[in-house]
Design a protein around this ligand. Structure first.
Ligand SMILES: NC(=O)c1ccc[n+]([C@@H]2O[C@H](COP(=O)([O-])OP(=O)(O)OC[C@H]3O[C@@H](n4cnc5c(N)ncnc54)[C@H](OP(=O)(O)O)[C@@H]3O)[C@@H](O)[C@H]2O)c1
Length: 264
């Protein structure tokens, strides 16, 4: 698997964490909560897994519009133009077919990983395990291997809970896979946030949400607003090691995230 050339140069040399910036490289301020650095004043380097997904493309547009670098990992080469149109660097990478060494190459030097992949509707129980669980584990392994501490995982309301009465086996496999992916992430020495949206819609975002630790009542949330919350979380390193549920609401995204922040 390989990165698809984007036709434009990488704008800034980014030094992997813990190593000196190359000569002449700009010192970017990145998400480094342990050192108590101030919030963002420079661009961030973000890798999105499942980069052709509906939330992923929205997130790539938001991040690149504010000047961040985004590398998007997706499996179908035909999706490269869509990813590029969202401002991201396309990287063909099927997360069910590659190993940690390859993923680590794609993640190396990033400030944050966002896991936005999912087997999706129409997939069977087996792919809930290979994508919703195992691909998240793979991304987290690659993040650890490369020293990328920040990891935002898109999970789902219901993750890890017994399936609702009458739910089919695919739903049961889905909430089991999401729950196991969450558990895997919680056990790691990473700066993680688990984000559990309610039912996703393609309605235009309102910019207003309810974002809190569980339980938040089940409701819908626009994918636009999920992407906006993730972009804000990437800028809020003190929101760390938290499991958050997200639905549409009344609180502006920035306020909702700020309310969860604690002083560094
Ligand atoms: N639907 C809901 O109401 C709901 C509610 C809460 C949470 N969620 C979760 O929210 C997340 C994102 O939602 P979304 O609407 O943006 O989903 P989406 O549009 O289905 O995006 C998921 C992406 O994951 C990609 N993917 C699947 N297998 C892959 C692989 N082996 N390697 C690389 N990429 C792979 C898919 O690529 P392909 O197009 O190639 O398959 C797809 O682009 C998902 O994890 C979903 O489970 C959904």
């Amino acid at each position: 698997m390989r990165g698809v050339p984007t036709g434009r140069p990488r704008r800034t040399a980014v030094a992997p964490r813990g190593r000196a910036a190359p000569h002449g490289a700009r010192e970017d301020v990145r998400c480094a909560p342990r050192q108590g650095r101030p919030p963002r004043i420079g661009r961030m380097d973000v890798v999105i897994a499942g980069g052709h997904g509906k939330i992923a493309l929205r997130l790539a547009r938001l991040l690149t519009a504010r000047g961040d670098r985004v590398r998007s990992l997706f499996r179908n080469p035909a999706h490269a133009d869509d990813v590029r149109a969202a401002g991201a660097e396309p990287v063909v990478c099927d997360l069910e077919r590659v190993g940690v060494a390859e993923v680590a190459r794609h993640v190396d030097g990033a400030d944050a990983v966002v896991f936005a992949a999912g087997a999706g509707p129409g997939s069977g129980a087996a792919r809930k395990d290979t994508v919703d669980r195992a691909a998240s584990v793979l991304m987290a392994d690659a993040a650890e291997r490369t020293g990328v501490r920040r990891f935002v995982q898109i999970s789902s309301m219901g993750a890890g809970q017994p399936p609702r009465p009458g739910a089919d086996e695919v739903w049961a496999a889905y909430v089991k896979a999401k729950g196991e992916a969450e558990d895997d992430l919680r056990a790691r020495d990473l700066d993680w946030v688990i984000l559990r949206p309610g039912r996703l819609t393609d309605d235009p975002g309102t910019g207003r949400v309810t974002l809190a630790e569980p339980p938040v009542g089940r409701a819908e949330v626009a994918r636009d607003d999920v992407a906006a919350v993730i972009a804000a979380l990437l800028d809020a390193p003190s929101v760390n090691r938290r499991t958050l549920e997200l639905v549409g609401g009344d609180t502006p995204v920035a306020e909702a995230v700020a309310a969860l922040s604690s002083p560094l």
